[in-house]
Ligand binder design. Structure first.
Ligand code: C2E
Ligand code: CA
Ligand code: CA
Ligand code: CA
Length: 279
């Protein structure tokens, strides 16, 4: 009995205890995050490699608890997905992103596109398409200005509610983007099942691009398939001029990454676009 007791006790390592407390803390905090106005959106520009101008941006969520440090999405999005809290939070993201795009329009900006990350639990909601339509209407935006980013996991999901939502979005006229392409297990043939507009080449293929021949070949193949399927290509994680030039040569359409700008608050992206207009 003594031994057993020790074994049982060993299971709860300090690391495990820490993980449980941390997770509970995030979960509890997330429940009040919207009501306490603790969520923020940052925006990262997407740049045309041909013209070097900003043609779109991606909305990226930040959580600043009233008490405590800034929390990055990799730490709280998984918890939000598991608890279902991603549904109200994601709804807030859509509304805010649309509202911000309309504000930049009003400032006289070029009609850039807004990409918003959407998680699988959101796509399972039967009223998701309606909520997107509403967010667009409230902001007075044409549906084609909004790009819904989903990951490869939706291609493997057999849930019919998801395919119904994707078809609804297609009918509504929003753009559909496949995020983190090449990191999941979805085969290329799945790409034919839904009509995507944009394919985002994952950062892991871009980061070693300038010194890795295999990555160049991979990206060349991805771009060639994307062309055949009439998809626009966006390279993620562009951090240097060297990477940018190779991507341009390979015929990639857009780039996103620290080389152009980190994700920044709305005012700062507005500033960047104003700079372009005045140049
Ligand atoms: P993601 O959709 O793949 O977003 C791109 C991530 O790469 C962002 O991290 C961005 O800050 C980072 N990044 C951009 N350029 C560079 C670069 O040049 N170098 C490097 N090293 N990183 C770069 P972030 O903002 O921490 O977001 C992480 C993930 O959290 C996102 O990955 C996305 O999956 C998720 N996420 C963020 N906002 C939302 C949201 O509103 N809803 C949902 N469902 N997920 C979100
Ligand atoms: Ca994304
Ligand atoms: Ca991505
Ligand atoms: Ca990612």
């Amino acid at each position: 009995a003594k031994n057993q007791g020790r074994n049982t006790f060993q299971f709860f390592t300090p690391e495990f205890n820490h993980w449980v407390t941390e997770r509970l803390r995030i979960e509890n905090g997330l429940r009040h995050a919207l009501a306490r106005n603790e969520m923020r959106l940052h925006f990262q520009p997407q740049v045309s490699l041909a013209t070097r101008r900003i043609v779109g941006c991606e909305a990226l969520l930040r959580w600043q608890p009233t008490e405590g440090e800034l929390v990055m999405p990799d730490r709280f999005i998984p918890v939000a997905e598991e608890t279902g809290l991603i549904v109200p939070i994601g709804h807030w993201v859509l509304e805010q992103a649309c509202r911000q795009l309309a504000r930049w329009d009003a400032e006289g900006g070029a009609p850039i596109r807004m990409a918003v990350n959407v998680a699988v639990p959101q796509l399972r909601q039967p009223d998701f398409v309606d909520s997107v339509r509403q967010a667009l209407q409230q902001a007075g935006l044409a549906p084609g200005r909004l790009e819904i980013e989903v990951t490869e996991s939706v291609l493997l999901d057999k849930d019919e509610r998801i395919s119904r939502t994707l078809e609804g979005l297609l009918a509504l006229g929003t753009k559909l983007s496949l995020d983190d392409f090449g990191t999941g297990y979805a085969s290329l043939s799945y790409l034919r099942n839904f009509r995507f507009d944009v394919l985002k080449i994952d950062r892991s293929f871009v980061s070693e691009l300038h010194r890795n021949e295999a990555d160049i070949k991979l990206i060349r193949a991805i771009i060639s398939i994307a062309r055949d399927l009439s998809l626009q290509t966006v390279a993620e994680g562009v951090e240097s001029e060297a990477q940018l030039e190779i991507l341009q040569e390979l015929g990639c359409n857009l780039g996103q990454g620290y080389h152009f700008s980190r994700p920044v608050p709305a005012d700062q992206l507005g500033e960047l676009m104003r700079g372009e207009r005045e140049a």
